[in-house]
Design a protein around this ligand. Sequence first.
Ligand code: PMP
Length: 361
Amino acid sequence: MPRAYNFSPGPAMLPESVLRQAQATMLEYGDAGASILEISHRGADFLAVAHQAEADLRTLLAIPDEYAVLFTSGGATTVQALLPLNFAAPGQPCDYVVSGHWGKTALKQAAPCADARIAASSEAGGFRDVPPREQWRLSPDAAYVHVTANETIHGVEWRDIPAAGNAPLVADFSSSIASGPLDVTQFGVVYAGAQKNLGPVGITVVIVRRDLLERAGQPRAPVLDYRAQAQAESMLNTPPSWNWYVLGLTVKWMLEEGGVAEFARRNARKAALLYDAIDASGGFYRNEVVPAARSRMNVPFFLHDPALDARFLAEAKQAGLVALKGHRVLGGMRASLYNAMPEAGVQALVEFMHGFRNAHG
Ligand code: PMP
Protein backbone atom coordinates (compact mmCIF):
# COMPACT_ATOMS: atom_id res chain seq x y z
CA MET A 1 0.00 0.00 0.00
CA PRO A 2 1.46 3.44 -0.88
CA ARG A 3 1.43 6.18 1.77
CA ALA A 4 -2.19 6.94 2.64
CA TYR A 5 -3.77 10.15 3.84
CA ASN A 6 -3.36 9.62 7.56
CA PHE A 7 -5.97 11.31 9.77
CA SER A 8 -4.43 10.04 13.02
CA PRO A 9 -4.76 12.34 16.08
CA GLY A 10 -1.15 11.69 17.06
CA PRO A 11 1.38 10.34 16.45
CA ALA A 12 0.24 11.93 13.23
CA MET A 13 1.09 12.42 9.58
CA LEU A 14 4.49 14.03 8.95
CA PRO A 15 5.61 15.79 5.76
CA GLU A 16 7.17 13.28 3.38
CA SER A 17 10.19 15.53 2.87
CA VAL A 18 10.88 15.40 6.64
CA LEU A 19 10.67 11.61 6.66
CA ARG A 20 13.04 11.40 3.70
CA GLN A 21 15.63 13.64 5.38
CA ALA A 22 15.32 11.61 8.57
CA GLN A 23 15.76 8.44 6.52
CA ALA A 24 18.87 9.79 4.80
CA THR A 25 20.60 10.74 8.07
CA MET A 26 19.55 7.59 9.91
CA LEU A 27 22.68 5.79 8.71
CA GLU A 28 25.20 8.61 8.59
CA TYR A 29 24.88 12.13 9.92
CA GLY A 30 27.06 14.60 7.95
CA ASP A 31 30.69 13.64 8.48
CA ALA A 32 30.09 12.31 11.99
CA GLY A 33 30.87 8.78 10.84
CA ALA A 34 27.76 7.62 12.70
CA SER A 35 24.02 7.90 12.70
CA ILE A 36 22.37 10.87 14.41
CA LEU A 37 21.02 8.16 16.74
CA GLU A 38 24.54 7.19 17.76
CA ILE A 39 26.21 10.49 18.60
CA SER A 40 26.59 12.22 21.95
CA HIS A 41 24.07 14.86 22.90
CA ARG A 42 27.00 16.92 24.20
CA GLY A 43 28.99 16.81 20.97
CA ALA A 44 29.18 19.72 18.52
CA ASP A 45 27.02 17.98 15.89
CA PHE A 46 24.04 17.43 18.16
CA LEU A 47 24.38 20.78 19.95
CA ALA A 48 24.12 22.48 16.55
CA VAL A 49 20.94 20.49 15.83
CA ALA A 50 19.44 21.41 19.21
CA HIS A 51 20.29 25.11 18.97
CA GLN A 52 19.00 25.38 15.40
CA ALA A 53 15.72 23.69 16.35
CA GLU A 54 15.21 26.17 19.18
CA ALA A 55 16.12 29.16 17.01
CA ASP A 56 13.72 28.02 14.28
CA LEU A 57 10.92 27.39 16.78
CA ARG A 58 11.46 30.88 18.21
CA THR A 59 11.18 32.32 14.70
CA LEU A 60 8.13 30.23 13.78
CA LEU A 61 6.16 31.15 16.92
CA ALA A 62 7.71 34.61 17.50
CA ILE A 63 8.82 33.58 21.00
CA PRO A 64 10.41 36.56 22.80
CA ASP A 65 13.68 36.34 24.75
CA GLU A 66 11.91 36.65 28.09
CA TYR A 67 10.60 33.12 27.54
CA ALA A 68 12.70 29.99 27.99
CA VAL A 69 12.06 27.08 25.62
CA LEU A 70 12.44 23.62 27.16
CA PHE A 71 12.53 20.33 25.28
CA THR A 72 11.37 17.61 27.66
CA SER A 73 10.44 13.94 27.64
CA GLY A 74 7.41 12.36 29.29
CA GLY A 75 4.80 13.97 27.06
CA ALA A 76 2.27 16.67 27.77
CA THR A 77 0.89 14.52 30.59
CA THR A 78 4.13 14.82 32.56
CA VAL A 79 4.05 18.59 32.08
CA GLN A 80 0.56 18.55 33.55
CA ALA A 81 1.89 16.73 36.62
CA LEU A 82 4.84 19.11 36.98
CA LEU A 83 2.94 22.39 36.65
CA PRO A 84 1.90 22.66 40.32
CA LEU A 85 5.29 21.40 41.55
CA ASN A 86 7.07 24.16 39.64
CA PHE A 87 4.64 27.05 39.79
CA ALA A 88 2.37 26.69 42.87
CA ALA A 89 3.35 27.12 46.50
CA PRO A 90 2.22 24.34 48.85
CA GLY A 91 -1.53 24.70 49.34
CA GLN A 92 -1.91 27.48 46.77
CA PRO A 93 -4.96 27.00 44.52
CA CYS A 94 -4.55 26.25 40.80
CA ASP A 95 -7.57 27.02 38.60
CA TYR A 96 -8.63 24.80 35.69
CA VAL A 97 -10.97 25.79 32.87
CA VAL A 98 -12.18 22.46 31.52
CA SER A 99 -13.40 22.24 27.92
CA GLY A 100 -12.92 18.51 27.28
CA HIS A 101 -11.09 15.31 28.09
CA TRP A 102 -7.61 16.85 28.13
CA GLY A 103 -8.59 19.66 30.46
CA LYS A 104 -9.90 17.00 32.83
CA THR A 105 -6.64 15.09 32.49
CA ALA A 106 -4.62 18.20 33.32
CA LEU A 107 -6.66 18.63 36.49
CA LYS A 108 -6.30 14.95 37.41
CA GLN A 109 -2.53 15.04 36.96
CA ALA A 110 -2.20 18.16 39.12
CA ALA A 111 -4.60 17.08 41.87
CA PRO A 112 -2.23 14.95 44.02
CA CYS A 113 0.17 17.89 44.47
CA ALA A 114 -2.13 20.87 44.28
CA ASP A 115 -5.35 22.46 45.42
CA ALA A 116 -6.61 22.01 41.84
CA ARG A 117 -10.00 23.65 41.32
CA ILE A 118 -12.47 23.63 38.45
CA ALA A 119 -12.94 27.31 37.61
CA ALA A 120 -15.38 26.49 34.80
CA SER A 121 -16.40 23.43 32.83
CA SER A 122 -18.52 22.71 29.77
CA GLU A 123 -18.92 19.04 30.73
CA ALA A 124 -22.62 19.36 31.63
CA GLY A 125 -23.30 20.25 27.98
CA GLY A 126 -21.23 17.29 26.74
CA PHE A 127 -18.14 19.41 25.95
CA ARG A 128 -19.71 20.91 22.83
CA ASP A 129 -18.48 24.42 23.60
CA VAL A 130 -15.83 26.27 25.61
CA PRO A 131 -16.90 27.70 28.99
CA PRO A 132 -17.39 31.44 28.35
CA ARG A 133 -15.22 33.86 30.34
CA GLU A 134 -18.17 35.20 32.36
CA GLN A 135 -18.64 31.70 33.84
CA TRP A 136 -15.07 31.39 35.11
CA ARG A 137 -14.93 31.40 38.94
CA LEU A 138 -11.28 32.25 39.57
CA SER A 139 -9.54 31.95 42.93
CA PRO A 140 -8.16 35.35 43.98
CA ASP A 141 -4.81 33.80 44.93
CA ALA A 142 -4.50 31.22 42.14
CA ALA A 143 -0.97 30.21 41.13
CA TYR A 144 -2.12 29.97 37.50
CA VAL A 145 -5.18 29.39 35.35
CA HIS A 146 -4.97 26.36 33.06
CA VAL A 147 -6.77 26.16 29.71
CA THR A 148 -6.70 23.67 26.84
CA ALA A 149 -6.38 25.59 23.58
CA ASN A 150 -7.72 22.71 21.50
CA GLU A 151 -9.44 19.59 22.77
CA THR A 152 -8.15 16.78 20.57
CA ILE A 153 -10.95 14.31 21.41
CA HIS A 154 -13.99 16.57 21.69
CA GLY A 155 -12.97 18.81 18.79
CA VAL A 156 -13.47 22.03 20.75
CA GLU A 157 -11.10 24.95 20.19
CA TRP A 158 -10.85 28.44 21.65
CA ARG A 159 -10.87 31.11 18.95
CA ASP A 160 -9.50 33.70 21.40
CA ILE A 161 -8.38 32.61 24.84
CA PRO A 162 -9.59 35.29 27.30
CA ALA A 163 -7.23 36.91 29.80
CA ALA A 164 -7.37 35.41 33.29
CA GLY A 165 -6.66 38.51 35.35
CA ASN A 166 -3.71 38.46 37.76
CA ALA A 167 -2.76 34.81 37.54
CA PRO A 168 -0.71 33.70 34.54
CA LEU A 169 -2.47 31.62 31.90
CA VAL A 170 -1.00 28.17 31.36
CA ALA A 171 -2.14 26.68 28.07
CA ASP A 172 -2.01 23.18 26.63
CA PHE A 173 -1.45 23.72 22.91
CA SER A 174 -0.58 20.08 22.20
CA SER A 175 -2.95 19.71 19.26
CA SER A 176 -2.99 23.22 17.81
CA ILE A 177 0.47 24.74 18.27
CA ALA A 178 1.76 26.29 15.02
CA SER A 179 -1.61 25.83 13.33
CA GLY A 180 -1.82 29.62 13.14
CA PRO A 181 -0.44 32.77 14.79
CA LEU A 182 0.01 32.58 18.56
CA ASP A 183 0.67 35.52 20.89
CA VAL A 184 2.99 33.85 23.39
CA THR A 185 3.04 36.98 25.56
CA GLN A 186 -0.58 36.31 26.52
CA PHE A 187 0.59 33.26 28.48
CA GLY A 188 2.86 32.39 31.37
CA VAL A 189 3.38 28.87 30.01
CA VAL A 190 2.57 27.28 26.65
CA TYR A 191 3.22 23.56 26.30
CA ALA A 192 2.71 21.00 23.58
CA GLY A 193 3.59 17.40 22.90
CA ALA A 194 5.28 17.32 19.50
CA GLN A 195 3.42 14.41 17.93
CA LYS A 196 0.72 16.44 16.19
CA ASN A 197 2.08 19.60 14.58
CA LEU A 198 5.72 19.68 15.66
CA GLY A 199 7.04 16.29 14.62
CA PRO A 200 7.49 12.95 16.36
CA VAL A 201 6.22 11.64 19.68
CA GLY A 202 8.77 11.50 22.49
CA ILE A 203 9.52 15.19 22.94
CA THR A 204 7.49 18.02 24.43
CA VAL A 205 7.99 21.75 24.12
CA VAL A 206 7.47 23.90 27.23
CA ILE A 207 7.65 27.67 26.69
CA VAL A 208 7.93 29.42 30.07
CA ARG A 209 8.10 33.10 30.95
CA ARG A 210 11.43 33.38 32.74
CA ASP A 211 10.10 35.18 35.83
CA LEU A 212 7.91 32.14 36.57
CA LEU A 213 11.05 29.99 36.71
CA GLU A 214 12.00 31.98 39.83
CA ARG A 215 8.95 30.75 41.74
CA ALA A 216 9.84 28.47 44.62
CA GLY A 217 7.11 25.93 43.83
CA GLN A 218 7.24 22.76 45.91
CA PRO A 219 10.02 20.37 46.88
CA ARG A 220 11.04 18.38 43.81
CA ALA A 221 13.98 16.52 42.35
CA PRO A 222 16.26 18.60 40.10
CA VAL A 223 15.25 16.59 37.02
CA LEU A 224 11.63 17.73 37.57
CA ASP A 225 12.68 21.35 38.06
CA TYR A 226 12.08 23.58 35.05
CA ARG A 227 14.52 26.22 36.29
CA ALA A 228 17.29 23.64 36.51
CA GLN A 229 16.33 22.28 33.09
CA ALA A 230 16.40 25.79 31.60
CA GLN A 231 19.85 26.41 33.08
CA ALA A 232 21.05 23.10 31.62
CA GLU A 233 19.49 23.86 28.20
CA SER A 234 17.16 20.84 28.65
CA MET A 235 20.19 18.55 29.03
CA LEU A 236 20.21 17.88 32.72
CA ASN A 237 19.95 14.27 31.64
CA THR A 238 20.16 12.69 28.18
CA PRO A 239 17.47 14.34 26.05
CA PRO A 240 15.46 12.48 23.37
CA SER A 241 17.95 13.52 20.71
CA TRP A 242 16.42 11.76 17.69
CA ASN A 243 13.02 13.28 18.44
CA TRP A 244 14.61 16.70 18.90
CA TYR A 245 16.30 16.32 15.52
CA VAL A 246 13.10 15.34 13.69
CA LEU A 247 11.23 18.16 15.46
CA GLY A 248 13.86 20.54 14.08
CA LEU A 249 13.31 19.21 10.55
CA THR A 250 9.54 19.65 10.92
CA VAL A 251 9.85 23.21 12.22
CA LYS A 252 12.18 24.09 9.35
CA TRP A 253 9.66 22.63 6.90
CA MET A 254 6.92 24.87 8.38
CA LEU A 255 9.13 27.94 7.98
CA GLU A 256 9.91 27.02 4.37
CA GLU A 257 6.21 26.55 3.63
CA GLY A 258 5.46 30.11 4.73
CA GLY A 259 5.13 29.93 8.52
CA VAL A 260 2.08 30.01 10.76
CA ALA A 261 0.18 32.66 8.78
CA GLU A 262 0.23 30.36 5.75
CA PHE A 263 -0.80 27.36 7.84
CA ALA A 264 -3.69 29.36 9.31
CA ARG A 265 -4.98 29.95 5.77
CA ARG A 266 -4.54 26.31 4.74
CA ASN A 267 -6.10 24.99 7.95
CA ALA A 268 -9.13 27.28 7.66
CA ARG A 269 -9.74 26.02 4.10
CA LYS A 270 -9.29 22.37 5.07
CA ALA A 271 -11.61 22.61 8.08
CA ALA A 272 -14.29 24.48 6.09
CA LEU A 273 -14.23 21.78 3.39
CA LEU A 274 -14.93 19.04 5.93
CA TYR A 275 -17.45 20.88 8.15
CA ASP A 276 -19.36 22.03 5.05
CA ALA A 277 -19.54 18.45 3.80
CA ILE A 278 -20.83 17.26 7.18
CA ASP A 279 -23.39 20.06 7.47
CA ALA A 280 -24.61 19.56 3.89
CA SER A 281 -25.13 15.80 4.33
CA GLY A 282 -28.77 16.10 5.39
CA GLY A 283 -28.05 14.46 8.75
CA PHE A 284 -26.18 11.46 7.33
CA TYR A 285 -23.10 12.86 9.09
CA ARG A 286 -23.15 15.17 12.08
CA ASN A 287 -20.73 17.18 14.21
CA GLU A 288 -22.21 18.36 17.50
CA VAL A 289 -19.82 21.17 18.49
CA VAL A 290 -21.21 24.72 18.39
CA PRO A 291 -19.87 26.30 15.18
CA ALA A 292 -17.91 29.07 16.95
CA ALA A 293 -15.89 26.50 18.92
CA ARG A 294 -15.32 23.89 16.22
CA SER A 295 -11.72 22.74 16.10
CA ARG A 296 -9.75 23.33 12.93
CA MET A 297 -7.43 20.47 13.83
CA ASN A 298 -9.66 17.62 15.03
CA VAL A 299 -13.09 17.04 13.54
CA PRO A 300 -15.17 14.40 15.35
CA PHE A 301 -18.23 13.30 13.42
CA PHE A 302 -20.89 10.62 13.65
CA LEU A 303 -22.75 8.60 11.05
CA HIS A 304 -26.53 8.70 11.45
CA ASP A 305 -26.45 4.89 11.76
CA PRO A 306 -23.55 3.59 13.91
CA ALA A 307 -24.11 0.14 12.35
CA LEU A 308 -22.34 1.59 9.28
CA ASP A 309 -19.20 2.65 11.21
CA ALA A 310 -17.13 -0.48 10.55
CA ARG A 311 -18.00 -0.42 6.87
CA PHE A 312 -17.16 3.29 6.61
CA LEU A 313 -13.72 2.67 8.12
CA ALA A 314 -12.99 -0.38 5.95
CA GLU A 315 -14.01 1.35 2.71
CA ALA A 316 -12.13 4.52 3.69
CA LYS A 317 -8.99 2.47 4.20
CA GLN A 318 -9.41 0.93 0.76
CA ALA A 319 -9.65 4.46 -0.62
CA GLY A 320 -6.32 5.37 1.03
CA LEU A 321 -7.83 7.26 3.99
CA VAL A 322 -6.67 5.83 7.31
CA ALA A 323 -6.99 6.38 11.09
CA LEU A 324 -10.51 7.87 11.00
CA LYS A 325 -11.84 5.88 13.96
CA GLY A 326 -13.06 8.18 16.74
CA HIS A 327 -11.65 8.12 20.27
CA ARG A 328 -13.24 5.49 22.52
CA VAL A 329 -14.58 8.26 24.79
CA LEU A 330 -16.86 9.55 22.00
CA GLY A 331 -17.08 6.78 19.40
CA GLY A 332 -17.92 7.64 15.80
CA MET A 333 -15.23 9.11 13.57
CA ARG A 334 -12.55 11.74 13.90
CA ALA A 335 -10.45 13.35 11.20
CA SER A 336 -7.32 15.16 12.40
CA LEU A 337 -6.18 17.81 9.96
CA TYR A 338 -2.77 18.89 11.24
CA ASN A 339 -0.35 21.04 9.26
CA ALA A 340 1.15 18.09 7.37
CA MET A 341 -2.26 17.02 5.99
CA PRO A 342 -2.54 18.49 2.49
CA GLU A 343 -5.80 19.97 1.23
CA ALA A 344 -5.90 17.15 -1.35
CA GLY A 345 -6.25 14.71 1.55
CA VAL A 346 -9.30 16.51 2.89
CA GLN A 347 -10.75 16.73 -0.61
CA ALA A 348 -10.29 12.98 -1.01
CA LEU A 349 -12.03 12.41 2.34
CA VAL A 350 -14.96 14.66 1.42
CA GLU A 351 -15.39 12.89 -1.93
CA PHE A 352 -15.28 9.52 -0.22
CA MET A 353 -17.89 10.65 2.34
CA HIS A 354 -20.15 11.87 -0.45
CA GLY A 355 -19.89 8.56 -2.30
CA PHE A 356 -20.49 6.57 0.90
CA ARG A 357 -23.61 8.60 1.63
CA ASN A 358 -24.93 8.03 -1.89
CA ALA A 359 -24.39 4.31 -1.49
CA HIS A 360 -25.86 3.99 2.00
CA GLY A 361 -28.07 7.04 2.57
N1 PMP B 1 -3.12 17.35 25.84
C1 PMP B 1 -3.71 17.22 24.64
C2 PMP B 1 -4.52 18.36 24.11
C3 PMP B 1 -3.55 16.04 23.91
O1 PMP B 1 -4.13 15.91 22.71
C4 PMP B 1 -2.75 15.00 24.43
C5 PMP B 1 -2.52 13.70 23.68
N2 PMP B 1 -3.32 13.41 22.66
C6 PMP B 1 -2.19 15.17 25.69
C7 PMP B 1 -2.37 16.37 26.37
C8 PMP B 1 -1.34 14.09 26.33
O2 PMP B 1 -0.16 13.97 25.62
P1 PMP B 1 0.87 12.78 25.89
O3 PMP B 1 0.16 11.50 25.59
O4 PMP B 1 1.98 13.06 24.94
O5 PMP B 1 1.29 12.87 27.31
